[in-house]
Design a protein around this ligand. Structure first.
Ligand code: NI
Length: 180
């Protein structure tokens, strides 16, 4: 297992669109393991492959209280359901920034597991929010895109000034519980 470098906004590689996984070999299993280790170490509750500069549609999430229930979603397809709810989100690629974002309160998820087996899931609560945030990453979207241009520029300048865009300097100070 290995810790991977997490890209930090406004790194342009966060805009890459991830491609579906078609071959399920040991490289997929290794990547999933490394992504999980990286997410837990950050610490965060979700991580998309885009954030570690891999253009594959792979997401790892653990929203359990004790962070002992890893969920892996490969080639996830979401159907948003329920009302739109606003929650405060954080992101491992935008350290120290918390932004209110509106998302569906429930989602239906179709995905493959790390062995390529299809499964379906109905999610609500934090998992529903988190999976929407992560699939945005796979599509090259970062949650600050939901902000006004003015606020987004402020976040970008702040992170550039702090020199965090190297991707190396992500620290381990307490992040919001929803960092993903
Ligand atoms: Ni994120």
């Amino acid at each position: 297992m290995a810790l991977l470098d997490i890209l930090v906004y406004p790194d342009p590689r966060l805009r890459n669109k991830a491609l579906p996984v078609e071959v399920f070999d040991e490289t997929v299993g290794k990547l999933v393991e490394d992504m999980a280790e990286t997410m837990y170490a950050a610490p965060g509750i979700g991580l998309a492959a885009t954030q570690v500069n891999v253009a594959k549609r792979i997401v790892v999430i653990d929203t359990s209280e004790h962070q002992d229930r890893l969920q892996v979603f490969i080639n996830p397809v979401l159907t948003g359901m329920g009302e739109l709810v606003e929650t405060e989100e954080g992101c491992l690629s935008v350290p120290g920034v918390i932004v209110p974002v509106k998302r569906h309160s429930e989602v239906h998820i179709s995905a493959l597991d790390k062995n390529g087996e299809p499964f379906e899931l109905h999610a609500s609560g934090l998992l529903a929010i988190c999976i929407q945030h992560e699939v945005d990453h796979l599509d090259g979207k970062v949650f600050v895109d939901y902000l006004s241009q003015l606020k987004r520029d402020r976040v970008r300048k702040q992170l550039l000034r702090e020199g965090r865009s190297s991707g190396k300097s992500f620290d381990k100070r307490k992040e919001p519980v929803t960092a993903s």
